[in-house]
Structure formats: C-alpha cells, structure tokens
Design a protein around this ligand. Structure first.
Ligand code: SF4
Length: 564
C-alpha cells in the first residue's frame, strides 16, 4: 500500500477509517475535478517558467518511495528538484494561499512580531527571537503549527512528511525542501503572471519538532490497518471535520444515524455545547460527546439545558410545528423598501489563479447575474419581460459587458436593490469598482441601495435599536420555522414558502453552479448549451425565490400591511 502524507492524515483520523477505506469496499475519492486540475497545472507551469532554469538536471514530478513495512510503501511526489548556488533544492507547490501563515504573530514584550519573515533570498522563514527574553508566546505559536488538526498545521505536516521520507532515502542529503503558496494580495495585470504571485516558505525549523510525530503516526496507521475494525467509533469534530474543507469522505456513512433535519447539530452555535443545571452548578456538555452518547435529535436535549432564548425558539417551533414571526420587526424593515423592487443575484467562480485583470488568487470572479424587477406590489412573472439575465463566455473576459448591462437595467430606477446575504454582492460590486473605475459612481449607486433580505428573516440589530426597539427585542430573530433546520441560507428559507423551488433544476446550489461553469470549456457544443441553460434557470430561481419569500411573508403580517 502506498502511503503519502494525505493518506496518512486520513488513516490516523480514527481507527474505523482503515476498514472503511478497504479498496474492496468500493469507495473512491478524487481530489480535483478536471477543471481544477487544469488550474493547478497552469500554476505549476508558470512557477517553472518564472523561477527555475529549464536546465537539463531539473527533475520534474520527482518521485520517492521507501519500503517502511512489508505492506507499507511511503511515497511522495516533489514538484521540482533543481540546484542553486547553495546546492540542491526541492519545490513543492500547493493550491492554497500563504494568508494563514502570514497573518500569524506572537506576543513579545508588548510587540507583535510576525511568525514568518522573508530572508534576503525572498524565502519566508520562522522569525526566531534573537534573545530568550523576547520569546513571549513564540513557542506556543510554533507548537500550534505542529497540530495537524489545524489548517496551517496540516500544511506543515505535509512538509514534515516529505522531509521525513527524503531523509530516510537520502540520509546524508543537504537538499532543502521549500513549499510554494499563492500570494493572496497579488493583483493580476491581465497579461501574464509575475514572480510576486508566489510565496516560498521554508519550514525546516519546525521539522525538528515533528520528526517523532510523523514516525508515531505511521505506527498508529499500521495499527489501524492491522485492527481492520469496522465497528463504529466515537465521532470527533476535529477528526471527522464535517462540513469543512478537510471533511472525511466517510462522513455521510458515519453520521447516517444523525437526522438530516433538526438534529442536535442544527441548534444555532451548536459547537458551543450545552449546559445542564444541577444543584452543584451548571455542567457543560460538549455537542460531540452528546452525539456519542446517543443524543442526536434536536429534541433529545432536555429543555432545561437550553439556556439560550434562540434555542428555545427553535425548540418551540419544532415541538409545536408553529412558525415564529416577529410581525412588528419584519414590517418595520420591509417598510424601508422603495419600489420598484429590483432583485439581484450574482454567480461567481472562486479561482485558484486570477483569470482576468484586477483579480487575485481565489477571487470570486463574477460570471453571471439574474435580475427581476417587481413594479407592482405582489406581482411578478418569473419568465416575463421583467426578468433580465447575463452569462459570460467561459473563455473571454466579458466583465465590462456584464457591468454595463447591469448598470443600464438597475440604474433606470432609484429604488431598493434586494439581495440575499448582502456581503457577497456588496464585495463583488466593490471589486468591480476597482476594476472599472470609470463606473465607480454608477456601481456605488447600486451599493448604496442594497437591501439584505436575510436581515428581514434573521435580524439587523443596529437597525432595530435605531428604530427604538428594546435591546432584548432587537436581539431576537424575526422569523423561524423548523423547515429551516437552524439555517438562514436562501435554499433553507425558501422551503418554508415554496418547498419545490429548486426541485426540478439540474443545478440547485452555488457550488454546483460554479463547477458547471468551470466545466464549460471541456464540453461539446450541445452539452455546453444545455449547461448554460441550466445555469440561467438556476440563477433566475435565486432572484425569484427572494420575491417568493417577500410575497409569502405577507400572510404572516397584518392583514392591511403594504410595503408601498
Ligand atoms: S467520519 Fe469520522 S468516524 Fe467516520 S471514518 Fe471519518 S473520521 Fe472516522
């Protein structure tokens, strides 16, 4: 069996993983789809062109293996092995940014030095304090970087594993191993990528703390393989990583006993746990401990443990089937709307490499919008001529056309522009202002008119305090139904008003939308046209869902309530 750092990180999550991952069990995983793979390929190719001489001894995709155990072969690929004035150097490229490392600082006598600083060769190294007295919490910060369960720790773990393998195969070596990340502040000039796109890190100072950890983890993995124990083991938040970027591929299987809706995990801020009142004082219960004890439903938690008013609201709605509505607060916010109502939704692609001028690594590159305009209160034809849409070609920069056509539609009016989760659209509009300064004022006009529909359902405490609502009332959520299962996402909220809204759509969420857009260049003409239609239908439903929510809310408000 071939064991890379990634394989090891998975096998040591828990003892059950090894038996579930038996190749005969039929599970498979692929880290990247073809579109993402292509981006990683461009990222590597550019680094090669910019930093390395294509000299004859350059070794690309250099592979090392070592028979550690009769059934375990340690194996890693090193992107480039080359040579500089100081000797051999290996570069390993990762499709992530250096942001997490560069933001890390430690406390030292009232100062906050950065944990990583560039040396005179432009390589980021650990910033070791010169004097013992300046250490502050330096050691603690470094120790955190050796924790594989932290995101940045996982990167350092990859480094340590590669170093470990390289050292066993070449015990006398002096080769330096360097990691390459993307610079999240790099702005693409639209022509070609420059060296500043890349940040190079040397984690060798941390490796000395990790050598033994890697060795122990390999033996732990071997133990898990030998046990081959299929029996369920306790679920551990930091190992299963449900819902995050390092989620275990067996989460659906291991969490299958947890209800899809209204589970204990659907309480707001469930990660904070619950408190049981006892005569000796409150006893804290971690949510995952409770799950492992068999408390998986929202209503498995005793009501006396719900100290938070929002939890009580959730529980009340679940137990009674009633919908919580704060009529006064909802009406107060809706009354600020100005007609005609313009519903706006963007689709954007989070790009590893900036695609066009003005974008940065992992920029949300806007490629599509849908706009519905509701002229008369409560009247809107989903497919009528009050609907406008735009989708960019997958291979050309159509952002100018997108901006100009959007401004033309929206700025015909001076009324409210309704979005769901304002931060996203506001941020995209601000980025477009930087890219097209000639449209700064027109885009600002749209930003100034944005209205977040999520605030109507959840809350906007600042607004309500200004309106004279009490602190307690201003803190409460405005609307809740157990259909929402603890979430205010558009897709959950629409279930209350139109459960079938997305049911017949091929694309029914934002992630599927950008993945479909990314795949366009790999499709033939017919499939491409079908996918474009699917994308248009999906985005149209997003703006129409916002209309359906406002319209559906009316039956929960005063009979004579009108926005106008
Ligand atoms: S989901 Fe959790 S318990 Fe299941 S295999 Fe993965 S880490 Fe182990």
């Amino acid at each position: 069996m071939k064991v890379t750092a990634n394989v090891l990180l998975n096998y040591i999550r828990c003892r059950r993983y090894a038996s579930l991952n038996d190749p005969d069990a039929g599970y498979s995983s692929s880290e990247f789809d073809s579109a993402s793979e292509y981006q990683v390929h461009v990222y590597r190719q550019n680094f090669l062109n910019l930093f390395l001489d294509t000299q004859e001894d350059l070794n690309i995709n250099h592979n090392l293996t070592y028979d550690f155990h009769p059934e375990i072969e340690l194996s890693e690929t090193y992107d480039f092995l080359t040579r500089d004035e100081q000797g051999e150097v290996i570069y390993c490229l990762f499709p992530t940014t250096s942001k997490d490392f560069l933001k890390q600082k430690y406390n030292s006598d009232g100062h906050k030095p950065q944990l990583f600083v560039k040396n005179n060769q432009g390589i980021y190294m650990v910033n070791i304090p010169e004097k013992q007295a300046d250490q502050g919490n330096f050691k603690e910060k470094i120790r955190k970087l050796t924790d594989r369960r932290e995101d940045s720790g996982r990167m350092v773990y990859h480094y340590a594993f590669k170093r470990f393998l390289y050292d066993i195969v070449n015990p006398e070596n002096t080769t330096r191993i360097l990691f390459v990340f993307l610079n999240s502040d790099y702005v693409h000039d639209g022509l070609s990528y420059q060296k500043q796109l890349y940040h190079i890190f040397d984690f060798s100072e941390i490796y000395s703390l990790m050598k033994e950890i890697i060795e122990a983890d390999i033996y732990r993995m071997i133990n898990h393989l030998e046990l081959s124990d299929f029996v369920a083991c306790p679920l551990v938040k930091k190992e299963c990583r449900k819902g995050d970027s390092f989620e275990c591929k067996f989460v659906d299987f291991c969490f299958s006993h947890i209800p899809k809706n209204n589970s204990i995990l659907d309480y707001f801020d469930s990660h904070l746990g619950f408190e049981e009142p006892t005569e000796a004082g409150n006893v804290y219960h971690d949510t995952y401990d409770l799950i492992n004890e068999g408390l998986v439903d929202m209503n498995d938690i005793p009501i006396s443990w719900l100290r938070n008013e929002l939890h009580l609201m959730q529980r009340y709605c679940l137990d009674t089937g009633k919908i919580h509505v704060n009529q006064l607060k909802i009406e107060a916010l809706l009354k600020t709307l100005r007609y005609p109502l313009v519903y706006l939704d963007f689709e954007a692609l989070p790009c590893l490499l900036p695609r066009f001028r003005g974008e940065k690594p992992y920029s949300q590159s806007v490629f599509q919008y849908s706009i519905h305009v509701e002229e008369d209160e409560g009247v809107l034809d989903k497919n009528g001529n009050s609907h406008y849409e735009f989708i960019a070609n997958h291979d050309t920069d159509n952002r100018r056309e997108l901006v100009e056509s959007m401004i033309k539609i929206i700025n015909r009016f001076d009324s409210s522009v309704i979005v769901y989760h304002k931060t996203f659209e506001e941020q995209r509009l601000k980025e477009l202002q930087d890219i097209f300064p000639e449209y700064k004022n027109e885009l600002q006009n749209i930003i100034d008119r944005l209205f977040d529909l999520k605030d109507v359902l959840k809350n906007n405490k600042k607004f309500y305090l200004k309106q004279g609502f009490s602190e307690a009332d201003a803190s409460r959520y405005n609307f809740y139904s157990c259909e929402m299962s603890g979430s205010y996402s558009l897709k959950k909220v629409i279930k209350v008003f139109n459960p079938n809204a997305y049911q017949d759509l091929t694309i029914n969420n934002g992630e599927a939308a950008y993945k479909a857009y990314m795949s366009l260049e790999f499709l033939d003409q017919t499939d491409r046209e079908n996918t474009i239609n699917d994308l248009l239908e999906y985005c149209k439903q997003d703006t129409y869902s916002m209309y359906e929510i406002i319209n559906g809310l009316r039956k929960h408000l005063s009979p004579d309530f009108h926005i106008r």
